[in-house]
Write a protein that binds this ligand. Structure first.
Ligand SMILES: Cc1cc2nc3c(=O)[nH]c(=O)nc-3n(C[C@H](O)[C@H](O)[C@H](O)COP(=O)(O)O)c2cc1C
Ligand code: SF4
Ligand code: SF4
Length: 436
């Protein structure tokens, strides 16, 4: 059986699943429940000078039948005193010595950083996470994303932290930045032990059309909130891979953003994460989701022949490349399985109006009657010679595996845009004519 335990920059954890800093990691009571359920670690709700929160605080994007596809909050850091938080961290560590407990911190001056870093180590925390990502409230006070968005300021503050740190330091990055890699490099230059990403993304989820105020509503006003949950996963994966692939960063990565299943987790691991953090999915479904995550990841690693999480981490990082290196002579076409096709014709409309007009509606007689198809109603048929392999029809088709993208042998050697430019420069080929 694959070994799920990890050693993340010196922080040991029985599995890679950590509760991310947020409401589910607010108290000792919740931490005990999380560890009883099977989580390997947690990052405590960010500790700093206690704040006052507003009411209300959350809003969401619901799509079709699915609630909380995206989740938005204007909550600040912990509203409890540092004394209470550090005391409870000690209590949790005393009871769970082999689980990872990380203190998330956000303060302002060099002296305060030194003080809080020291208090984190004194209470037995295994590591520290610096919250440079909160995109609301705290940034107006010169903290949170105000720090994470400016690599020079981030480097200075990580430097202050490293002066006092005796336990590993993780820098949590904001996605509200043009290129997250610059912030990751700044963390590395300042001596951080690891990075975690992403924190939440600036957002407005909706406007209430009766009150003409966005949610969450606070006496006639709202505020830009932080977006998270399933909708942010693609953005988070992109940023994790960018940091993992960058030769100057070279730090262990804790992946965060929309993780809710072992599959999501495996994708974050494949793109370079070593530990995984979850907030929204726990707020939606509770601590017990980790049971499936542990079991699913373990089965997957076994099936693929990986010995451990560390073995698997980064397995897909190098399959991402700049567009200029992709093979211009590779071709796929769409193919319809008429035993599965229900005759909804969504593929036809999508290709006709939104792609390349290469699906015809033809007499259904040669294709038999698939599930629910009406006798005499035409069926879609792909003209493979005109199909550019864009994937659109297979994406809109409501039936799993009904349209598959099939590789075609073009009989042509591999050639990327970069190769093409080189050959043109050397005079080895003529420019390819544009479409008429
Ligand atoms: C209500 C709420 C409060 C949060 N509070 C904090 C916080 O105090 N410190 C922090 O670093 N991140 C905080 N986060 C961000 C999460 O730790 C995480 O980075 C983000 O939600 C993305 O992960 P997810 O998609 O699994 O929720 C909070 C998120 C939510 C939804
Ligand atoms: S979208 Fe799928 S199910 Fe609908 S007609 Fe096309 S192939 Fe058939
Ligand atoms: S892959 Fe694109 S071009 Fe080909 S049939 Fe589907 S929608 Fe049309």
């Amino acid at each position: 059986m694959a070994d799920l335990s990890i050693n993340f920059a010196g922080i040991k954890s029985p599995n890679p699943f950590w509760i991310a800093s947020g409401p589910p990691s607010n108290t000792a009571y919740q931490s005990h429940r999380a560890f009883e359920a099977g989580w390997g670690g947690l990052v405590w709700k960010t500790i700093g000078d206690p704040i006052i929160n507003v009411s209300s605080r959350y809003s969401a994007l619901n799509l079709g039948g699915q609630r909380m596809v995206g989740f938005n909050n204007i909550e600040l850091i912990s509203d409890r005193s540092p004394e209470t938080n550090f005391r409870e961290i000690k209590e949790v560590k005393d009871r769970w010595p082999n689980h990872a407990v990380i203190a998330s911190l956000m303060v302002d001056t060099r002296e305060r950083w030194h003080e809080f870093v020291k208090r984190s180590a004194d209470c037995g925390a295994d590591g520290i996470e610096l919250n440079f990502g909160c995109p609301h409230g705290m940034c107006e006070r010169g903290m949170g994303s105000a720090v994470g968005q400016n690599p020079d300021v981030a480097e200075t503050i990580v430097g202050w932290v490293m002066e006092a740190a005796e336990i590993p330091v993780i820098v949590k990055l904001t996605p509200n930045i043009t290129n997250v890699v610059y912030a990751a490099r700044a963390a590395k230059r300042a001596g951080a032990d690891a990075i975690s990403l992403i924190n939440t993304i600036n957002s407005i989820t909706n406007v209430n059309l009766d009150t003409l105020t966005p949610e969450p509503f606070v006496r006639g006003l709202s505020s830009h909130g932080g977006y998270c949950g399933p909708a942010v996963k693609p953005i988070a994966l992109n940023m994790v891979q960018s940091c993992a692939a960058d030769s100057e960063v070279g730090l262990p990565i804790s992946g965060i953003g929309g993780i809710g299943s072992w599959r999501d987790a495996a994708e974050f691991l494949a793109l370079g994460s070593l530990s995984l953090q979850v907030c929204t999915a726990v707020m939606h479904y509770g601590f017990r989701i980790v049971e499936d995550m542990n079991e699913g990841l373990s089965d997957y690693l076994d099936a693929k022949g990986y010995q451990s999480v560390a073995d698997f981490s980064g397995a897909a990082v190098k399959t991402l490349s700049d567009w200029q290196y992709l093979d211009l002579h590779y071709k796929r076409v769409a193919r319809i399985d008429y035993d599965k096709c229900i005759g909804c014709n969504l593929c036809y409309i999508a290709c006709e109006d939104g792609a390349h007009q290469c699906i015809d509606l033809v007499d259904s007689a040669p294709y038999g009657l698939g599930p629910g198809r009406v006798p005499g109603k035409p069926v879609p048929k792909v003209r493979e010679e005109d199909c550019v392999g864009c994937n659109l029809c297979s994406i809109v088709c409501p039936v799993d595996d009904c349209i598959t993208m099939v590789e075609m042998d073009t009989g042509r050697d591999q050639m990327s845009w970069s190769d093409y430019q080189t050959r043109l420069t050397k005079g080895e080929m003529q420019p390819i004519p544009a479409h008429p």
